[in-house]
Design a protein around this ligand. Structure first.
Ligand code: SF4
Ligand code: SF4
Length: 297
């Protein structure tokens, strides 16, 4: 076979398109057809983006779900809470200290579901009656679970917690039957009381926005923590600030070297409100609420 007889592979691919009107040439698209094609293309892009976004929003919740959040008082156990909360935000509206926030996408499971970041603003029960429970229209927050719902181990309170602010009232209890978490001295090495140190000044510094109801200042109105400086020879801020009777006290313990120390000890009535975590002047807090934790002896 001569060189001229060799088939030119790909020649047709590189050949310029036949001129319009020539045999085999595609007729030009009308303006209408061009617009339709463009719309189809845009629809495909948007649809693809939507499917990808939906898949991502389904993935993110699972990815972030590992982080446990502190829920408002009276919240059902996590699975039931997420299923029954309709994200109406009623609880957010009634909280006098704005302790309740609504989760955004990055918070994972339960976008729009209420939670409390205790270190920023804990629930100090300054509404006296757990208004968020009263406001909840679905029972996602409830004083008492329906009988068919199980109680997670350690969540049940031995007695209804007594609110110190109402101790002298005919009805001093909070009517809560389960706790939302438990406070733990997670960093005993940084606890000022454990080190035998006092504390003087604003517990969380001058810029801290958190509020607390101080019985010695105003029984009915919470004030800024920054407006209530402390001066104590041995730090007991967590004990002073706790709104629940008998939930925490400063106790004597023996250090490994045999010396006596004072340390905050959490007791069974702790409901997990997080006030101790909010007020602790060490950075990070020496005492923290573990969300969803039950009471262990
Ligand atoms: S010990 Fe802390 S978390 Fe427990 S009730 Fe008192 S302030 Fe709230
Ligand atoms: S407030 Fe913090 S530093 Fe002070 S005693 Fe309580 S845990 Fe310790």
């Amino acid at each position: 076979m001569s060189e001229d007889d060799t088939p030119k592979v790909g020649a047709a691919d590189t050949a310029p398109p036949p001129p319009q009107g020539a045999p085999g040439a595609k007729p030009p698209l009308s303006k209408e057809r061009r617009l339709q094609a463009r719309r189809r293309f845009m629809r495909t892009i948007l649809l693809g983006g939507g499917v990808f976004g939906a898949a991502l929003s389904g993935f993110l919740p699972v990815a972030y779900a590992q982080k446990k959040r502190l829920r408002p008082p009276g919240a059902l156990d996590e699975k039931d809470f997420l299923a029954s909360c309709i994200k109406c935000g009623q609880c957010v509206q009634v909280c006098p200290v704005n302790a309740i926030k609504l989760a955004d996408l990055a918070d994972g499971f339960g976008v729009g579901v209420p939670y409390i970041e205790a270190r920023e603003q804990a629930c100090d029960f300054s509404c006296d009656a757990v208004q968020c429970i009263l406001a909840c229209p679905t029972g996602a927050l409830t004083y008492k679970k329906p009988a068919y719902m199980s109680v997670r181990p350690g969540a049940k309170l031995a007695e209804k917690p007594i609110l110190l602010a109402k101790e002298k009232d005919p009805e001093p209890t909070l009517n809560l039957t389960e706790r939302i978490g438990v406070a733990r001295l997670t960093r005993p090495e940084s606890c000022l009381a454990m080190q035998g140190k006092g504390f003087k000044g604003q517990a969380r510094g001058p810029d801290f926005k958190g509020e607390l109801r101080y019985m010695s200042v105003d029984r009915w109105r919470p004030i800024k923590v920054a407006d209530h400086p402390y001066d104590v020879e041995l730090c007991d801020l967590c004990v002073q600030a706790c709104p629940i009777k008998g939930a925490i006290s400063l106790e004597t313990v023996f250090a490994p070297d045999g010396s006596q120390r004072k340390t905050p000890v959490v007791h069974e009535p702790c409901v997990g409100c997080g006030v101790c975590e909010m007020i602790c002047p060490t950075e990070p807090a020496s005492i923290e609420v573990i969300p969803g934790e039950g009471w262990r002896t």
